[in-house]
Design a protein around this ligand. Structure first.
Ligand code: PRT
Ligand code: ZN
Length: 283
């Protein structure tokens, strides 16, 4: 049995639970419960505040955790990371009031900066040779300049609308973050094996999410061109159609290239293009 800590309620919760479920692991969850046990995998899930997760995993109270890299690095445990999970992507950025002149990070010299990330920001500023006064506050950092508490802020940004709504301008990216799987040091051989199985499943889920299955019809004469556009996993599957001179082609495309490739496929004569989600993809 291995113990995994995830965020009880917040931005990471739903994606963490979905990832576990997509790994084929079933469990009953209730918002009132502190923990639950999977019914078909040797896993116990603990529901905690995200800030507590690195410490619990470091101390071995939980064997594994899912947490943002921002929280992990701020807590001083970056070495616990075993796998980036590709969700909750965000950045820790410096921002100044929109009307303020800003040309480079040197302009922050001697200013008051409000943040919930004094460790990461302190290291960044030291690396840039800038000395500033850091005010650590735990929430609503974005209002600090308007109430006269700080000249600038350093906070998590994703769409940027919070900064915009508070009259702030993003000027430097200090740190890029996403959710990561973390593990305590020195797992027993039994737990290490469960972790390996879990990572194998998570990787298959992530690979599947990044790819789409594509099926199309094309004239035999266009096959070379279609082939060039669809490298597939190894090579596309090609089967003849009842109609003379036509073939059906099946392959896998990366989601990032998807629209670009389908446009080009049509241009070389492909028809009836079907795109399907992939549930799992084992390399
Ligand atoms: O209660 P608990 O302590 O568990 O949760 P929390 O309130 O500390 O964290 P939560 O749920 O807000 O965020 C959990 C993690 O999600 C963070 O540690 C980040 O790794 C990640 N994440 C991704 C974000 C955002 N996106 C995000 N946009 N965390 C916070 N924000 C906030 C940000 O602080 C700012 O107030 O959203 C606002 C900015 O968003 P935009 O879209 O307006 O730019
Ligand atoms: Zn938190």
């Amino acid at each position: 049995m291995i113990r995994l800590a995830i965020q009880k309620s917040g931005r990471l919760s739903e994606d963490s639970l979905n990832l576990i479920r997509e790994c084929g692991i079933s469990f009953v969850s209730s918002t009132y419960k502190l923990k639950t046990e999977a019914t078909n995998f040797p896993l116990e899930i603990l529901f905690l505040r995200d800030d507590d997760i690195p410490g619990y995993v470091q101390d071995g109270v939980a064997d594994l955790g899912i947490v943002g890299q921002n929280v992990l690095v701020e807590a001083g445990h970056p070495d616990l990371e075993v796998e980036a999970l590709g969700f909750s992507k965000c950045r820790l950025s410096l921002a100044v009031p929109r009307g303020v002149n800003y040309t480079s990070v040197a302009d922050l010299q001697g200013l008051n900066i409000a943040t919930s990330y004094p460790e990461i920001l302190g290291r960044y500023l030291a690396g840039e040779g800038v000395q500033a006064h850091l005010h650590t506050i735990s929430g609503s950092v974005e209002i600090a300049p308007s109430i006269g508490l700080a000249d600038a802020i350093c906070d998590i940004v994703s769409s940027g609308s919070t900064l915009l709504g508070n009259g702030l301008r993003e000027v430097e990216t200090v740190f890029r973050s996403e959710a990561v799987l973390i593990a305590t040091q020195n797992l027993s051989a039994e737990k290490q094996e469960i972790l390996d199985q879990l990572r194998f499943r998570m990787q298959a889920v992530r690979r599947a999410r990044r790819n789409k299955y594509i099926i199309l019809n094309a004239p035999q004469s266009a096959l070379e061109a279609v082939y060039a556009l669809l490298p597939g996993i190894k090579s596309p599957t090609v089967t003849p159609l009842a109609e003379e001179g036509w073939v059906s082609v099946q392959s896998v495309v990366n989601e990032d290239d998807f629209w670009h490739i389908t446009g080009q496929l049509k241009a070389v004569g492909a028809e009836g293009i079907l795109v399907l989600p992939i549930e799992k993809m084992i390399s």
